[in-house]
Structures are given as structure tokens and as C-alpha cells.
Design a protein around this ligand. Structure first.
Ligand code: CTP
Length: 433
């Protein structure tokens, strides 16, 4: 066990996302000292702090603060929340608590974790956990660079503890799993490792490849559920920098991870997916982006594969129907009117046609235009105003709003006045007939 003294005050001030949290940390430190329970930082907080001091790397301040206690966390938190304004948001099956802290109007989230041991009873299944000491808690982790800890209270206050040569790997820039069985226990670690490699510009150690090989031998990635697989891939989008996305996908592909996870995907489409995501950044919400991203990994020829990415059978069926429609229209696509194309895109979640547009270049420009322009065009008149103009309540309102939208998209109606005139004219014609 390598032990190094560090300047704790400097460390705390550097890692805390807000200076006001300093007092909160001191309170936690005091409580753990009084209770005689060891409190420490582990995981990303320590890694990023050391990266900053070692490589002078500019690392963004941690958003999620992980504090680990070797002791009775429930009792600890009772005391803590008497002194600090906040509440427990939820407790997980893994002996962790998400706590919301209120600091003069600002809110912070802290993950409190019980130092624990993990037992993996089956390949790629979630582990059973048991309270334990800091050594077990370190040895249960994914990579050496994530297995360093900084003590906040006695017996290791102000001390950096390295049980696994993590400092060396941080210096060398290596992603090394703690043991060769690591990815059989938890194949999501492969995706985590890829994220760290690309994010930090590190390399994989030899053990990474050996652990990967072992994971492939045991078909552990195939046993990982579609939902967990999808959640890991979504982190490429939500947790990593946009400029790294293509590299993340290519690294995953080159390691054969997609194939071994049961996803048939083609490398040549990655850059297009990334380009579309960049171009449509402002037009899509997070859910739409995620869905598009996942679906774009599945080629239309192997749509059934989408179940490996958490899509339900009924959703895959919906996508398949849409795929048929697009395929049937492909020949005469250029001859369709703007409105007809819009009607093809509008009946379903926008991520479906967008994902198909990666594979069918003919529809791509139209899907992009639909998202950037046509989807946003709405009539100015409201339902109530239509009623005032004499439209009957009920289904008719919807029909008129649709008509107005069509005319607006086709450029025949521009102002609100134009819209009113069109409706009045329409109602007059109707009453004359
Ligand atoms: N961890 C693990 N195996 C996993 C997930 C997490 O061993 N499958 C451990 C790692 O030690 C990790 C810590 O739990 O450092 C916290 O996980 P997480 O918050 O997901 O990652 P961070 O380390 O905070 O890294 P980042 O958020 O920057 O990716």
C-alpha cells in the first residue's frame, strides 16, 4: 500500500464545484472523526484532481461528488442532515444514497457510498454488495486510475492511498483493469474504459486486451441486457465531448465490441451520424438525440438488432413499418410534394426517419429541412380564434389548423391576416355549397 501525504485544504478547494461546499465537507469530516469512521474521496474526483496536478491537464470540476464512508452510512447521514440543510433523494440497492444539499438557494448533489465488497454471482449480472472496509472498496473497482483514494478523516486524513499502482498508470496514461475477470463481471466497464481512453487521450494496457478477450470467451457482452448496453452507449453522447464521438464509436468498433455485443453496425456510417448530430444539435431534444444515435447504429437490414439497444418489439415493429413506407416511396421520392414528404416524417418519432436517412441518402436533405424548418411552422391562429371565426368545435378545428399549416409551409399564407382570410373564405365557400 503506497501512502503519500497531500495538502488536503488545497485539494478540497480544487475539487469542489462551489466554495460554499467546503464548509459542508468540513462538517462531514468532523462527524466521521467523532464517530470514528473513515471518510474518503474515491473514483473520478481523485483521478481528476491528480491529473490536474500531474499532467497540468485542465479537467472540468467534478459535477458528481462521490464520498465514501467505511461505517454506518445511515446513522452518519442522520447526523449530517441535522447540521446541513438537505435531504436524501434515494437509497440504492448498492448501499448508496443520493443526497441533495441546499446552500443559500443553490442545490448540489452528493453521492454517499458505503465502503463495500461486491460479489458477482453470474456473468454480466448486477453484483450483490456487502459493507466492508476501504481495501475491499478499492479492489471492487474498474480501473487502476479510478482506484485511488484520498482520506478525509483519520486514520488516513490528508493521505493519498494507492493499492493498485494507479499513480503509475495515471503518469503513464494507461487504462488498466484491476483483474482479468473484470469485464466478465461487468462488461459495461469496456465502454467506460473506451470513454476514459478517448477523453484523457490514454492507451489501453495489455491487461485491458486480456480482460476483453476473457469477456469475449465467456460471451459476457451478449449476456448484458439491451437496456444496460444502451445506457452505456448513451453516455458517449451525454457525458463526453462532442468532438470525441466519432473516435469513441470507431474505438468500440475496432475492438470488436459491437459485434460481440450482438450489434451489427458499419463503421462507414459513423461520420454521417456524428455530422447529423452536430448539424441538428439545436433541433433535437436529448431523448430524440439518444434515440437517433442508437438507431443509426443498426442498419435497416438488421433492424431486429435494435432489441440489443433497448428497443421493444412493438417499437421495432413501428420502425419496420416506417422503413417499408420509405422504401416504397424511394423510387418516386423526388416527385413528391413538400407536404407529402412532411406527412411521411410526421406520423412517427423524428428519430426514425433521421436514422433511416443515414442509410438512404435520397431522403436525407428533406429530413434535415423538415427538422430545421417545417417542423416548427405552426399557424398563428389558435383553436379559440378559429371558433370565433365560426369554425365548429371538435374535429373540425384540427382539420383547419392542419390546412393552415399546409398553406403556410407551401408559402400560400404568410401573415395572421392571411390565415383569417383563408378561413373566412373557406367557411363562405362551404355555406354556399
Ligand atoms: N465503478 C466501477 N465499475 C463500474 C462503475 C463504477 O468500478 N461499472 C467505480 C469506479 O471506481 C468509478 C466510481 O465507481 O471511479 C464512480 O463511478 P462514476 O461516477 O460512473 O465514474 P467517475 O469515476 O466519477 O468518472 P466520470 O464520471 O468522470 O466518468
Amino acid at each position: 500500500m503506497k501512502v503519500t501525504e497531500i495538502d488536503l485544504e488545497k485539494c478540497l478547494k480544487s475539487v469542489l464545484p462551489d466554495p460554499e461546499l467546503y464548509e459542508v465537507l468540513i462538517t462531514a469530516q468532523n462527524i466521521s472523526a467523532r464517530r470514528g469512521e473513515f471518510l474518503y474521496f474515491a473514483g473520478g474526483v481523485v483521478r481528476d484532481y491528480l491529473l490536474k496536478t500531474l499532467h497540468k491537464k485542465k479537467v472540468v470540476k467534478v459535477k458528481d461528488l462521490d464520498l465514501v464512508l467505511q461505517g454506518n452510512l445511515e446513522e452518519f447521514l442522520k447526523e449530517f442532515l441535522k447540521k446541513v440543510k438537505g435531504e436524501i433523494l434515494f437509497k440504492s440497492q448498492f448501499l448508496t444514497y443520493k443526497v441533495k444539499i441546499d446552500l443559500s438557494g443553490k442545490e448540489f448533489l452528493i453521492d454517499f457510498i458505503t465502503a463495500r465488497r461486491e460479489i458477482y454471482e453470474d456473468v454480466a449480472k448486477l453484483p450483490r454488495v456487502f459493507p466492508s472496509d476501504f481495501k475491499d472498496d478499492i479492489m471492487r473497482r474498474d480501473f487502476t486510475i479510478n482506484a485511488l483514494l484520498i482520506g478525509l478523516s483519520s486514520p488516513y486524513k490528508g493521505v493519498l492511498i494507492d493499492l493498485v499502482n494507479g499513480m503509475e498508470d495515471l503518469k503513464e496514461g494507461l487504462i488498466r483493469p484491476l483483474h482479468i475477470h473484470s469485464f466478465v463481471d461487468d462488461p459495461t466497464r469496456i465502454f467506460r474504459g473506451i470513454r476514459y481512453k478517448v477523453r484523457l487521450n490514454f492507451e489501453f494496457s495489455e491487461e485491458f486486451f486480456l480482460a476483453l478477450e476473457r469477456c469475449f470467451e465467456k460471451s459476457a457482452l451478449k449476456k448484458l441486457s439491451g437496456t444496460r448496453l444502451a445506457n452505456e452507449l448513451k453516455l458517449y453522447l451525454t457525458k463526453e465531448s462532442e468532438k470525441n464521438l466519432e473516435e469513441l464509436l470507431k474505438t468500440t468498433f475496432n475492438l470488436n465490441v459491437f459485434e460481440k455485443a450482438g450489434i451489427k453496425t458499419e463503421k462507414k456510417f459513423f461520420d454521417l451520424t456524428v455530422k447529423l448530430l452536430r448539424e441538428l444539435k439545436e433541433e433535437l431534444n436529448t431523448k430524440e438525440k439518444e434515440k437517433f444515435f442508437l438507431l443509426s447504429l443498426v442498419s435497416p437490414e438488421s433492424l431486429q438488432n435494435a432489441c440489443r439497444l433497448g428497443f421493444s418489439e412493438s417499437e421495432i415493429e413501428k420502425i419496420r413499418k416506417h422503413l417499408e413506407t420509405v422504401r416504397e416511396l424511394l423510387e418516386k421520392w423526388k416527385k413528391l410534394s413538400v407536404w407529402e414528404k412532411i406527412k411521411v416524417f410526421e406520423r412517427i418519432p423524428v428519430s426514425y426517419p433521421l436514422a433511416l436517412s443515414v442509410y438512404f441518402p435520397r431522403i436525407r436533405k428533406d429530413v434535415v429541412k423538415f427538422l430545421k424548418r417545417y417542423r416548427k411552422i405552426k399557424p398563428e391562429l389558435t383553436g379559440d380564434e378559429l371558433i370565433e371565426l365560426g369554425v365548429k368545435e371538435g374535429k373540425e378545428i384540427g382539420r383547419f389548423l392542419e390546412l393552415l399549416r399546409k398553406e403556410k409551409i407551401e408559402g400560400k399564407v404568410k401573415t395572421k391576416e392571411d390565415e383569417k382570410n383563408l378561413i373566412v373564405q373557406f367557411l363562405l365557400n362551404k355555406s354556399e355549397n
